[in-house]
Ligand binder design. Structure first.
Ligand SMILES: [Zn+2]
Length: 374
C-alpha cells in the first residue's frame, strides 16, 4: 500500500503516476487537501538539474499507533507517531506454551505502560498491529492451525484487544511483518520485489511483490518451511517428510547437534562457537545455509526477488552463513534470477517484527485521506 504518509513528499506528477489517475484529478485533490490544511506544498531543489520542483506532503493526523510482536517466549511492543517516528519500545519474557487467553492481559499492560510513558504529550492510541508466528486467517482473523504457538490456534487476538482498546487492531503473520518493516526502515528500502525469510522455531517468508505485501487468499502465503526438500527425511510437524524446516529451523539445528554437544545447548552458543571456529558448529551453520538456499530457490524462481532478507538468530553467524545461503541459492535458481538477486541480513535485527507490527498499525489507522491510499 502506498500513501503520501508513508511515501513522504511527492510531486503532483509522481502522485498521478503512482495512483494511475490523471494530473487534473490529482490537482483537484491536492487543492482540496491544501485548503483544508491537511497537506502542505513546498518548493524543493531537483538534485539532478538544480531546478526547483514542488512536492506535496500530508500533515500527519494526531494520535499514536502501537505494534506488538508475540513470540514463543517473548513479547515486544513499540509505540509510534502517525508520521512513522518510533517513540518507545519495550519487551517482556513469556512462558513457553503460553496461550492467547493468558497473554492478552500482558499485551494490554505493556501497551498501557508505553502509552503512559510516551514522550511529550501523551497522545491518543488510534490503531494497533499484532504479529504472531503462524498464518493469520484474513476474513476470520483467527490464528491458523499451522502456528508454532499451539495455544493460540483459533484465537481472535485482534478482536479481544479491540474489545478493551476500542481502536482498530490488525493481526498478521510475523514473517509478513518482517518484510513490511525491512521495506520501510531496513534492508529492502526502495525495493519493489523482495522476500523476508525468518529462520526461527519455524521457517516462514514474507513477500513483497510489485511494491505490495502479498498475503495470499487466506493469509498463508510464504509458508516456506514446509517446502519438501528431502523425500526420505525426518517427519515434520505438518505430517510431511523432509520439509525445509526439519533441517534448518532452530529446534532442528539444536537436535542435530545434541548427540555431539549434549543437552541444554542454545542457538546463541552454536553461533558463538561457529564464530570461534568450532568444527561441528561451523559445519552446522554452513549446512543450514546450504539447505536454506535450496529451499529459498523455489521462491527465487517463482517471484524473481531483487533482495532476499534473512532474519532470525542464525543470521548472527554472519558471513559464513550468508555466503552458504547465497552460493546455494545462486546454484539452484535460473541464471536470469541469480544475476540480480542479493542475499542480505535483516537490518533491524530482533526489532524487525515489532516494527513491522507498527507499520501495519500505521497502514490501518483511520485517516481522513482515504482516497489517497491506493
Ligand atoms: Zn512440514
Amino acid at each position: 500500500m502506498i500513501s503520501l504518509l508513508s511515501a513522504g513528499p511527492l510531486s503532483r506528477a509522481e502522485i498521478a503516476r503512482r495512483l494511475g489517475i490523471s494530473p487534473t484529478t490529482v490537482s483537484n485533490l491536492v487543492t482540496e487537501l491544501l485548503e483544508s490544511g491537511s497537506a502542505v506544498e513546498r518548493a524543493t531543489t531537483d538534485g539532478r538539474r538544480g531546478r526547483p520542483a514542488r512536492t506535496v506532503s500530508l500533515v500527519p493526523a494526531p494520535g499514536l499507533v502501537a505494534g506488538v510482536d508475540i513470540g514463543r517466549t517473548h513479547l515486544r511492543a513499540a509505540l509510534g507517531s502517525r508520521d512513522g517516528e518510533i517513540l518507545a519500545e519495550r519487551g517482556v519474557a513469556l512462558p513457553a506454551g503460553h496461550t492467547g487467553q493468558q497473554t492478552v492481559p500482558v499485551v494490554l499492560e505493556l501497551v498501557g505502560d508505553l502509552l503512559q510513558h510516551a514522550p511529550g504529550s501523551a497522545g491518543q492510541l488510534v490503531a494497533v498491529g499484532v504479529g504472531l508466528p503462524g498464518p493469520v486467517d484474513g476474513p476470520e482473523r483467527t490464528v491458523g492451525p499451522g502456528t508454532i504457538l499451539t495455544g493460540w490456534a483459533g484465537f481472535d487476538v485482534a478482536g479481544r484487544l479491540e474489545e478493551t482498546l476500542g481502536v482498530p487492531v490488525v493481526a498478521e503473520n510475523d514473517a509478513t511483518l518482517g518484510m513490511l518493516a525491512e521495506a520501510r526502515w531496513g534492508a529492502a528500502q526502495g525495493v519493489t520485489d523482495a522476500a523476508y525469510v525468518k529462520i526461527s522455531t519455524g521457517v516462514g517468508a514474507g513477500l513483497l511483490l510489485g511494491g505490495r505485501i502479498h498475503r495470499g487468499a487466506g493469509g498463508t502465503a510464504g509458508e516456506l518451511g514446509h517446502t519438501p526438500l528431502q523425500p526420505e527425511g525426518a517427519v515434520c510437524r505438518c505430517g510431511n517428510r523432509g520439509c525445509l524446516e526439519t533441517v534448518t529451523s532452530v529446534p532442528a539445528v539444536l537436535e542435530m547437534l545434541r548427540p555431539t554437544l549434549g543437552e541444554g545447548l542454545t542457538i546463541e552458543q552454536v553461533v558463538a562457537a561457529a564464530d570461534a571456529g568450532d568444527p561441528p558448529c561451523r559445519r552446522m551453520v554452513e549446512d543450514v545455509g546450504r539447505n536454506l538456499g535450496r529451499g529459498v530457490a523455489l521462491l527465487g524462481n517463482l517471484v524473481d526477488p531483487e533482495v532476499v532478507v534473512l532474519g532470525g538468530p542464525l543470521v548472527a553467524a554472519g558471513e559464513p552463513f550468508l555466503a552458504a545461503v547465497s552460493a546455494s541459492l545462486r546454484r539452484s535458481v535460473i541464471p536470469s534470477v541469480a544475476r540480480r538477486l542479493r542475499v542480505v541480513p535483516a537490518a533491524l535485527g530482533s526489532r524487525t517484527e515489532v516494527l513491522g507490527a507498527l507499520a501495519l498499525a500505521l497502514e490501518h489507522a483511520p485517516t481522513p485521506y482515504g482516497y489517497l491510499l491506493d
